[in-house]
Design a binder for this molecule. Structure first.
Ligand code: AAT
Length: 278
């Protein structure tokens, strides 16, 4: 292979490789190793601890699916919280919803936001919207302190290592429940159904004990391990399968549509098996 390639070791036996044009930035933040590189096939790419977080070429799959499924499930979302997501992609999607009055971003690492602003303007462009508040805090602490505050909470976190471990715990989900309004709902990215089945099963069981409605949905993310990604949703009142589409806002998107929303909850037998296994 000619040129310089970056490889992410996605599992001990599987790597994804992208050909680099150049490295735009590299630093050690107080929380992680951060790099922004220019790739040949996906444009600019953000790496944290050598793990692909997002690329300009394929970010829309993930950001649209993690944002619009919960926001369209709620009939009138006015306040939204994003935990993690310092690149701004989820915020950009949230502010497409006309009902949103305030979107709060709680990101632990200020350097992620600073670098996204500088190198990833297509993704971070919503961060300056007047409805957006950015706080550099630990999301685990933030939800511990909040009560009856948000209509929708979206957990756009790194994989369950380092500062993100607690974002995958039952205690965190109980605090999320409390931080939500009486009819609120939340979504978290919950990794690959191919490689993280046990984690997904455990999360779904925790959510089913805490929320009246707990569901799993799937989406494609080309640069994440396995290419198929899972999202876990916990809701106090609204069922994501019973959206009144006549009342949903018209959104300009590249992946998400009402039909994709509905279809994302159709689970293939191998995923159903993950959930049913004892
Ligand atoms: N939009 C896709 C990008 C991400 S980045 C996830 C962000 O979560 C990172 O910026 C990281 O600094 C932040 N984060 C991690 N732990 C916490 C915490 N406890 N509180 C607040 N923010 C946190 C997601 C990529 C998914 C990768 C899948 N392989």
């Amino acid at each position: 292979m000619q040129g310089i390639w970056f490889s992410e070791l996605q599992t001990p036996g599987l790597a994804i490789s992208v050909k680099l044009k150049k490295t735009l930035h590299h630093e050690k933040t107080p929380y992680q190793d951060l790099a922004v590189v220019e790739t040949e096939s996906y444009g600019r790419m953000l790496l944290l601890d050598n793990i692909i977080q997002t690329t300009v070429g394929d970010e829309f799959f993930y950001h649209e699916m993690i944002a619009h499924v919960p926001l369209n499930t709620h009939p009138n979302p006015r306040t939204a919280l994003v935990i993690g997501g310092g690149d701004g992609g989820v915020i950009r999607e949230i502010i497409k919803h006309p009902s949103i009055e305030k979107a709060t971003l709680v990101e632990i690492d200020a350097r992620v936001v600073a670098n996204a602003r500088e190198y990833l303007p297509e993704i971070s462009c919503g961060l300056d919207d007047a409805r957006v508040e950015i706080r550099f805090e630990d999301g685990i602490e933030h939800v511990r302190q909040m009560e009856n505050t948000y209509d929708v909470i979206i957990v756009d976190s790194t994989d369950p290592i380092g500062p993100a471990v607690g974002l995958f715990s039952a205690e965190f989900y109980r605090n999320v429940y409390r931080a939500l309004k009486p009819d609120g709902l939340f979504v978290a990215q919950t990794e690959s159904p191919l490689f993280n089945g046990r984690l997904i099963r455990r999360i779904q069981r925790d959510l089913a004990e805490i929320f009246p409605i707990a569901r799993l949905y799937l989406g494609t993310v080309p640069t994440y391990p396995g290419g198929l990604w899972s999202f876990s949703l916990g809701s106090k009142e609204y069922d994501p399968l019973e959206v009144d589409w006549k009342k949903a806002p018209q959104l300009v998107t590249r992946y998400y549509t009402p039909a994709i929303h509905q279809g994302a909850f159709a689970l293939p037998p191998f995923v159903q098996e993950i959930l049913e296994k004892r």
